[in-house]
Write a protein that binds this ligand. Structure first.
Ligand code: NAD
Length: 338
């Protein structure tokens, strides 16, 4: 994947920790630094997948070695809940930046204990580590903090509808406290719906862009929820998400910022664009939405403060992003699905 180089800073002799680096967004970050800052030392920490499942049938962690094939930095298999591991990181490394992507990323997970422990408590330990190392912390928050709050969603008006969204809001609240009491840069990025290369191993939690693409390539009629032309989300391409992370290394001000395009598009749009790109004309099947009550019907990021504080400017319209992504969807279909 070609990604523009976003910072000119020399990262020579800098050490970057990426938690969740075997996952979708973390692995894209790892390759961004490898390709653009080969002098930086990049350490990936991820629990990888073990086969262990949550009660909803999904894997507990989605990290996959194939996301890191070609990555030449250091890789640590470990759990962010492991205090001994964190102590080892504190004593034996000196991080300049921490990109914290590790999480129970499954928005439908029901295990509240595991969710809060992993997403909130372990994050606090990592913040303490960042302070000890005088490292900047850039972490993944989520649009799930907003639930069905009115569009455009703005930081400060949250209404999470599931424990995942609640856990991300707890991270943001914790961050505000740390911003007050510490001198390190702390930036929370509330990603909206991210899609792009290296998401395949999220299985059924991968974006609908990939899932519809694979359905179309296998000749299956795309299955959408009823009224999918009225279910709107702010879908954001991975390259814009990586750009936001890089900008967050030098924020004007620490804080919590939305990372979306500022435009809502429908699930029907995704299928229509994919059909054009893949040259298919399959008819859609409409099924009942089983998630009503804990489902977001309209998300659209207010990105004014992100532009102001980070200098962030999304570059990809959905049409351009899917055009850029479609060959990778074909490759995934050929090599992983067929
Ligand atoms: N992809 C999106 O649309 C989206 C939207 C909003 C927020 N986010 C957040 O962005 C971050 C990255 O998401 P992603 O889409 O790359 O998901 P992902 O599941 O691919 O990545 C998360 C990674 O964390 C690892 N992990 C899980 N538990 C761990 C633990 N206890 N210790 C160490 N590693 C652990 C997993 O193995 C996985 O590789 C997550 O924090 C997620 O909540 C993602």
């Amino acid at each position: 994947m070609h990604i523009l180089r976003y910072i000119d800073d020399n990262l020579k002799d800098k050490t970057i920790l990426i938690t969740g680096g075997a996952g979708f967004i973390g692995s894209n970050l790892a390759f961004y630094f490898q390709n653009n800052h080969p002098d930086a030392k990049v350490v990936v920490l991820d629990s990888f997948r073990s086969g262990e499942k949550l009660s909803n049938g999904n894997l507990k962690s989605f990290g996959h070695f194939k996301n890191l094939i070609g990555f030449r930095g250091e890789i640590i298999s470990g759990d962010i809940n492991d205090k001994d591991l964190l102590l080892d990181l504190e004593v034996n490394y000196r991080f300049d930046y921490i990109f914290h992507e590790a999480a129970i990323s499954d928005t439908t997970a029901q295990e509240q204990d595991l969710m809060i422990r992993t997403n909130v408590n372990a994050y606090k330990d990592l913040l303490d580590l960042a302070i000890k190392h005088n490292a900047n912390m850039i972490y993944a928050s989520s649009a799930a903090t907003y639930g069905n709050a009115a569009s455009p969603q703005k930081v400060g008006v949250e209404a999470p509808q599931n424990v995942y969204g609640f856990s991300k809001l707890c991270m943001d609240n914790l961050s505000r406290e740390y911003i007050k009491k510490s001198n390190i840069g702390i930036v929370g990025l509330r990603y909206f719906n991210v899609y792009g290369p290296r998401e395949y191993f999220k299985n059924s939690t991968a974006s609908m862009v990939l899932q519809f693409g694979l359905q179309l390539l296998s000749g299956k009629n795309p299955r959408l929820f009823e009224s999918s032309d009225k279910i709107l989300r702010d879908f954001i391409y991975i390259e814009d998400v990586i750009a936001a992370n890089i900008k967050a290394m030098n924020p004007k001000e620490s804080g919590i910022y939305n990372v979306g395009t500022g435009k809502a598009r429908s699930f029907q749009d995704i299928v229509d664009i994919l059909q054009r790109e893949l040259e298919t004309t399959l008819s859609c099947e409409y099924i009942e939405n089983p998630f009503i009550g804990s489902y977001q019907f309209h998300t659209e990021a207010d990105i004014a403060s992100t532009k102001e504080a980070l200098g962030y400017e999304p570059k990809f319209e959905m049409e351009d992003a899917i055009k850029a992504y479609v060959n990778e969807i074909r490759r995934v279909y050929e090599q992983e699905v067929k």
